[in-house]
Design a protein around this ligand. Structure first.
Ligand SMILES: Cc1ncc(COP(=O)(O)O)c(C=O)c1O
Length: 460
C-alpha cells in the first residue's frame, strides 16, 4: 500500500474533486486550506490571517465564530437530531422558523417550503411554477425569462436559468428550449453611448415587452431575477428598472420569482433586496445568510394566491410530489432560527446601515485607480470592474485573467475576494464588519491593485 501523504494540501490533491476549479491547474498548485475563523477573519493551515472579504461564498453573515449558533446546533442535536416534514410530519424549529420567516418576508409572502441549497430552491421554485400553471389549466404557459449574467445555481434547472456560459458548457445543456435571457442590466457595460440610466432601463423594459409579445404571453410563466446580480459580477440595476418591469409582468400574468440567495437578510441595507428595489414578488428563493451558512438550509417562499393553487392541485393529484430528505432539517432550522434572532437582537440591519456609508465611500474611491473601470455596489455588497482602458472601457483579453490576478495579489495581502465573470472583483464581507475593519479591507485591496498594476498590459 502506498504511504498516505501527510500535508493537508497533498492529501486534498489525492481524493478531492473541486467545484469551480481548473482541476489540472489544481493538481499543480493545491488548495488554500482554511483551518479556523474568528469574526471576519479566517486562518490557513500555516496560521496566516485573512479578512474573509466574500463571507465565504457570500454567506457567512455573522462571521466565523458566533457561539450562539454553535449552541443552537448543539441543543437541537441533543434534543432531536433528525426528523422530516414529509407526509404531515413536523418539528419545533421548522414550525418556528417558518413563522419567523413569513413575519419578516416581503409582501405578499405567506408560506414557506424548506430545501437545502440555493440551487435546490431554484429547481423547486421552477417545478412549482410549472405545477401551478398546470393546476390553472394553462399547460402551455411554461416559458421562463431570466437575464444574461444572472446566477441561479448550477443544477439542471439552475444551469438553464443562469445566464453564464460556464453553467452549460460541456454539460449537455440546454436540454429545454423554454428558457430565454434578456440583456444584463449593467448600465456601465450594456448601455449605449450617452444613454442615461432611465433611458437604459426603459430600453430593457421594451426588450422584455417585445420578447413577451413575440413568444406569446400565454406561453410565459415566470421572470426570475436577483435584485442585485451577485456571482455574475455584482450588477446593480439602473434606476426605475424593476418599477417599470413589474406592471408588464402583471399585465401578462407572469410570475416574479425573486432570487434573494445573496441579497436576502440585510445585505443591501434592507432585510430583502426586494425592499431595496421596490419588488413585490410572487415567490422568493433564499439561502446562504438564512443560517449565516453555519448549516445548509434554503427556502422557497410563496404568496397566499400561489399557495392556494398548488394546494388545490395537491388535493386533486393526491400529493405534492416534491421534497427532500434533509429539507427542513431540525438542526439546520434551529441554527437558521437563531440566526434570524441574532439579526434582530444584535440590530444587524441597523449596523449594516451604519457602516454602509464607509464601505461605499471606500469602494467608490477605488474608481480613481487606473485598473478600475467602475466601482459599484449597494449596502455591504461591492464590485470592481477591471478594465484595460478606462476611457473606452476596453477589457483585458480573457487569457490575462485580470480580476483573478488582482484577487491573487489580495491573497498575498491577507484578503480573500473572488474574481467574477466580466472581470469583476466581488466584495461581500460579513455583515458584522466594523468600520476600522472596512478600512483594513480596502487598504489591502488598494495595495493589491497597486501590486497588480505593473504586470498589466495597460492601453497606451
Ligand atoms: C443568486 C443565487 N442563486 C442561487 C445560487 C445557488 O445556491 P447554491 O450554491 O446554494 O446551490 C447562488 C449561489 O451562489 C446564488 O448566488
Amino acid at each position: 500500500m502506498s504511504q498516505a501523504p501527510n500535508s493537508l494540501q497533498a492529501r486534498d490533491k489525492v481524493y478531492l474533486v473541486h467545484p469551480f476549479t481548473n482541476l489540472r491547474a489544481h493538481e499543480q498548485q493545491g488548495p488554500l486550506v482554511i483551518t479556523r475563523g474568528e469574526g471576519i477573519w479566517v486562518y490557513d493551515d500555516e496560521g496566516k490571517a485573512y479578512i474573509e472579504g466574500l463571507s465565504g461564498l457570500w454567506c457567512a453573515s455573522l462571521g466565523f465564530s458566533e457561539k450562539r449558533l454553535v449552541e443552537a446546533a448543539r441543543r437541537q442535536m441533543e434534543r432531536l437530531p433528525y426528523t422530516h416534514t414529509f407526509a404531515h410530519r413536523s418539528s419545533e424549529p421548522v414550525i418556528e422558523l417558518a413563522e419567523k420567516l413569513v413575519s419578516i418576508a416581503p409582501e405578499p409572502i405567506a408560506k414557506v417550503f424548506f430545501v437545502n441549497s440555493g440551487s435546490e430552491a431554484i429547481d423547486t421554485a421552477l417545478k412549482l411554477v410549472w405545477y401551478y400553471n398546470n393546476a390553472r389549466g394553462k399547460p402551455e404557459k411554461k416559458r421562463i425569462i431570466a437575464r444574461k449574467r444572472a446566477y441561479h445555481g448550477v443544477t439542471l434547472a439552475g444551469g438553464h436559468l443562469t445566464g453564464l456560459a460556464y453553467a452549460r458548457a460541456g454539460f449537455d445543456l440546454p436540454m429545454s428550449d423554454r428558457f430565454f435571457h434578456l440583456t444584463c442590466p449593467s448600465h456601465y457595460r450594456d448601455s449605449l453611448p450617452g444613454e442615461s440610466e432611465g433611458a437604459f432601463a426603459s430600453r430593457l423594459v421594451e426588450e422584455l415587452d417585445t420578447l413577451i409579445r413575440a413568444l406569446g404571453p400565454e406561453t410565459i410563466a415566470a421572470f426570475f431575477a436577483e435584485p442585485v446580480m451577485g456571482a455574475g459580477g455584482v450588477v446593480v440595476p439602473p434606476k426605475g428598472y424593476f418599477e417599470k418591469i413589474q406592471p408588464i409582468l402583471k399585465k401578462y400574468d407572469i410570475l416574479f420569482v425573486a432570487d434573494e440567495v445573496i441579497n436576502g437578510f440585510c445585505r443591501t441595507g434592507n432585510m430583502w433586496g426586494c425592499q431595496t428595489f421596490g419588488i413585490r414578488p410572487d415567490l422568493v428563493v433564499c439561502a446562504k445568510q438564512l443560517s449565516s451558512a453555519y448549516l445548509p438550509i434554503a427556502a422557497v417562499l410563496m404568496s397566499r394566491d400561489f399557495y392556494e393553487v398548488i394546494a388545490e392541485q395537491s388535493a386533486r393529484l393526491g400529493t405534492l410530489g416534491i421534497g427532500y430528505t434533509y429539507g427542513g432539517h431540525p438542526v439546520a432550522a434551529a441554527v437558521a432560527l437563531e440566526t434570524l434572532k441574532i439579526y434582530e437582537s444584535d440590530r444587524i440591519l441597523e449596523h449594516v446601515r451604519a457602516v454602509t456609508p464607509r464601505f461605499q465611500e471606500r469602494l467608490v474611491r477605488l474608481s480613481a485607480h487606473p485598473l478600475v473601470g467602475e466601482a459599484r455596489g449597494v449596502g455591504l455588497l461591492g464590485g470592481l470592474e477591471i478594465v484595460k482602458d478606462k476611457r473606452t472601457k476596453e477589457q483585458f483579453p480573457q487569457e490575462a485573467k485580470a480580476a483573478a490576478q488582482i484577487v491573487a495579489r489580495c491573497l498575498e495581502q491577507g484578503l480573500i475576494l473572488r474574481p467574477l465573470p466580466g472581470d469583476v472583483v466581488g466584495i461581500c464581507p460579513p455583515l458584522i464588519i466594523e468600520e476600522h475593519e472596512i478600512d483594513q479591507l480596502f487598504d489591502r485591496l488598494e495595495r493589491a491593485l497597486d501590486a497588480a498594476l505593473p504586470a498589466m498590459p495597460m492601453a497606451a
